[in-house]
Design a binder for this molecule. Structure first.
Ligand SMILES: NC(=O)c1ccc[n+]([C@@H]2O[C@H](COP(=O)([O-])OP(=O)(O)OC[C@H]3O[C@@H](n4cnc5c(N)ncnc54)[C@H](O)[C@@H]3O)[C@@H](O)[C@H]2O)c1
Ligand SMILES: [Zn+2]
Ligand SMILES: [Zn+2]
Length: 368
C-alpha cells in the first residue's frame, strides 16, 4: 500500500525548503517502511540545500531520524512491524575489506543507495507523480520513509524517539569522533571549533572520555553558554580573540586534540596550527568542495602533528548506536538537553532558518 506523507523537500538550491504531500511506495525486497517519530535538522541537510553536498534535486531531506517500522518487505531479517529504529545514513556492503575490518564508513561501495533504496528505483513521488531523491539513503524528514533495511538499526522502545533521532547523526558523529577517531585520553586537553549539534556532542564526548580541559570555540555567545552545560571547561568567542594564539598560550603549547566542527578549510588549518607537538587535529565539519587547507609542511616531521578527518564518528552503527543509548540511559550522555526546539513538519522552513541563525543546539522535527 502506498502512503501519503508530508515531507520537507529541497527543490532548488539556496531556496527555502518546501513542505509537500508526497506518496511513499511500500517496501520491496530487503526494504522497510518507517513511520517517523522525529528527525533532527543537521547542518548537512542545509549543505544539500546550498549545494555544498551535491545530491540530485528534488530531494527529500533528513537523515537524523527515528521511528517505528510500519511494514517490512520480503527477505528482511531481524526487523518487524512495530520495531523502533534509528536511521543510519551510510551504505555498508558488508563484504569489502573496509566493512570486514569494522570500518563501514569507508565502505568501497559508498555512494550506492545514496538517493534511492539499494534496488535503485525511487520510492517517493510528488503530487504530479515525479520521482524524488532521498538524502543519503534516508529521506527521513517525512511522515513515512521506505529505505533499505540495512539503513535501520533496531533500538529499545523505551528510548524517546526525539532523543533517539539525534544518535542517527550529530551525536554519533561528535561522540564517535572523540571515542573512535581520536581516542581521547583521560586527563587530556581538547579544543572544539563550532558548537552546533555536532560540536556540542564532541564536547560531551570529551567530558565522558575524561578530558581535563575542554575549550569550546564559537562566534556566538549563546552557543558557548550551551557548551558549558555539556562540559566545556573554558570558552572562546572567536570574534574577540586570536584563537590559535589563545589556545597555545592557555595550554602551554597547544591542546592535545582539536576538532573542527564547522566545515571550513581555514578553521581546519587553525585546528592543526593550534595543537601541540604530536597532537591530533580532527576535521568533522564538511567544507565546500572548493575549500582547501594549507599546512606548513615542515611541521609534519619536526612536530609530528596529525591532521585527520572523521566521517560519522568512524562508527559501526550496530555497535555505536546502542553504546550511545546506553550512555544516555545511564544519565551520562545528554540527549534531551540537545533539543532546543521541536517543530511540526509544516514548520520545517522555520527550523532551517533557526539553524542558520544559530538559535538551536538541535532543532528537531517531530511527527504525530
Ligand atoms: N563528518 C561527518 O560525518 C558529519 C556529520 C554531520 C555533520 N557534519 C558537518 O559538521 C558541521 C557542523 O554540523 P552541525 O549540525 O553541528 O552545524 P550547526 O550549524 O548546528 O553548528 C555549527 C556551529 O559552528 C559555529 N560557527 C560558525 N562559524 C564559526 C567560526 N568561524 N568559528 C567558530 N564557530 C563557528 C556556529 O555558530 C554554530 O554554532 C557541518 O559542516 C556538517 O555538515 C559532518
Ligand atoms: Zn563495504
Ligand atoms: Zn547529519
Amino acid at each position: 500500500m502506498s502512503r501519503n506523507a508530508k515531507a520537507a523537500l529541497c527543490r532548488e538550491h539556496n531556496k527555502p525548503v518546501v513542505v509537500e504531500t508526497v506518496t511513499v511506495d511500500p517496501p520491496k525486497r530487503g526494504e522497510a517502511t518507517v513511520r517517523l517519530g522525529a528527525c533532527g535538522v543537521c547542518h548537512s541537510d542545509l549543505s544539500a540545500i546550498t549545494g555544498t553536498i551535491a545530491l540530485p534535486l528534488p530531494l527529500v531531506l533528513g537523515h537524523e531520524g527515528a521511528g517505528i517500522v510500519e511494514e517490512v518487505g520480503e527477505g528482511v531479517g531481524g526487523l518487524a512491524k512495530g520495531d523502533h529504529v534509528i536511521f543510519s545514513f551510510i551504505y555498508m556492503c558488508g563484504k569489502c575489506r573496509f566493512c570486514v575490518a569494522g570500518r563501514p564508513v569507508l565502505c568501497l561501495e559508498q555512494g550506492k543507495a545514496l538517493t534511492t533504496p539499494l534496488e535503485g528505483t525511487p520510492r517517493v513521488r510528488d503530487a504530479r507523480g515525479a520521482p524524488l531523491s532521498i538524502f543519503s539513503g534516508c529521506g527521513a524528514m517525512a511522515e513515512y520513509a521506505t529505505v533499505s533495511a540495512e539503513n535501520l538499526i533496531r533500538i529499545d522502545p523505551k528510548i524517546p524517539l526525539d532523543c533517539a533521532a539525534l544518535v542517527g547523526c550529530g551525536v554519533t558523529t561528535g561522540v564517535g569522533a572523540v571515542f573512535n577517531t581520536a581516542k581521547v585520553q583521560p586527563g587530556s586537553s581538547v579544543a572544539v571549533f563550532g558548537c552546533g549539534g555536532v560540536g556540542l556532542s564532541v564536547v560531551q564526548g570529551a567530558r565522558i572520555a575524561g578530558a581535563e580541559r575542554i575549550i569550546a570555540i564559537d562566534t556566538l555567545q549563546a552557543k558557548l553558554d550551551m557548551a558549558k552545560k555539556f562540559g566545556a571547561t573554558e570558552t572562546v568567542l572567536t570574534e574577540k580573540e586570536d584563537v590559535v594564539k589563545f589556545l597555545k598560550k592557555t595550554t602551554s603549547g597547544g591542546p592535545d586534540y582539536a576538532f573542527e566542527c564547522v566545515g571550513s578549510g581555514e578553521l581546519a588549518g587553525a585546528a592543526y596550527r593550534a595543537i601541540r607537538r604530536g597532537g591530533l587535529a580532527v576535521v568533522v565539519g564538511v567544507a565546500k568542495p572548493s575549500d582547501s587547507t594549507a599546512v606548513r609542511t615542515m611541521t609534519l616531521p619536526f612536530e609530528e602533528k596529525t591532521l585527520t578527518g572523521s566521517y560519522f564518528g568512524s562508527c559501526v552503527p550496530r555497535v555505536d548506536f546502542p553504546r550511545m543509548l546506553a550512555l544516555y540511559m545511564a544519565g551520562r550522555l545528554k540527549l534531551e538537553e540537545l533539543i532546543t526546539q521541536r517543530y511540526p513538519i509544516d514548520e520545517a522552513p522555520r527550523a532551517f532558518a533557526d539553524m542558520e541563525a544559530g538559535k538551536n543546539a538541535r532543532g528537531v522535527i517531530v511527527f504525530q
